[in-house]
Design a protein around this ligand. Sequence first.
Ligand code: URA
Length: 316
Amino acid sequence: MNKLDRLVEQWLQAEVAFGVLEVPIPKAKVLALREKARAAAGQVAAAAKSAPSVRAAATLPPRAPARATPVPPARPAASAAIRPAPVPEPVALKLATPIKDLPPAPPGKLADEPQLSPAQKQSRMAELEKTAVAELSRHLGGSANRVVFGEGDAAARLMFIGEGPGAEEDATGRPFVGRSGQLLDKMIVAMGLTRPQVYIANITKLRCAEPDPINPKRLKDRPPTSEEAALGLPWLHQQIAIVQPVIIVTLGAAALCFLRGEKLPVTQVRGQWLDYRGVPLMPTFHPSYVLRNYTTETRAKVWSDLKLVMQKLAEA
Ligand code: URA
């Protein structure tokens, strides 16, 4: 697939995922443009085949003998002259307040963890899941019927972290399979990836819900408390240490704040690179927030965050 095709496809995928029209012209026109570009590419290739010999014979003057041109003095290497500007810390980070009594992330950089092959990662993750399910099953009851550990490629380059399982996830034991999961799937596809290529996990592995005040027979999901987050975090830190992703994307406030161990305003820090043990972390809105605030502005913000992620993934 050539660059233009990829770009057009990405525009269209973004439109499918978010209804964000990136191209200020109708879709039919985009497709027509694509055809035109293809045809033009074909013509150029055909012309390139025949043109040089004809032109050379008919119009080009005979070549002058090659003259030695003076070599300009070498310029100093750009890297020596231009130092990368230090990345300013987002203003909102200065407003961060620590959350008490959370198990901290393991010390050191993620890159300093033992390097594992993809096969080792898969088997370590399977072992960790067994242990986590056995340990956390003691806390089932109430709103949680199953441990929702996480899923995906244990050797993925990209990791998504959400808040915790909802009703559908609790019923199936899989993360992000409800309505917000369907939007997450579209987001992943719009990024040119598939769900099995990424790893998806949550802060809590158990559903947190309470009786719905409108219909008390039903349960309404709620963000985890610090104690509930503290139960899931040690497992999450280990999951991240196994995957060693190139990039982490946190979905929503709970994922960002509990992972970093500090309260941060997602609306202010989204779209800015943060850090988790030396790994770039992109905070963005939770898909359920996007569904609740389905404005062009919200969707465009998430898509712009994901484009930064795609760019960094391509560079890494
Ligand atoms: N919301 C989350 O944060 N995680 C899930 O797995 C599902 C919904």
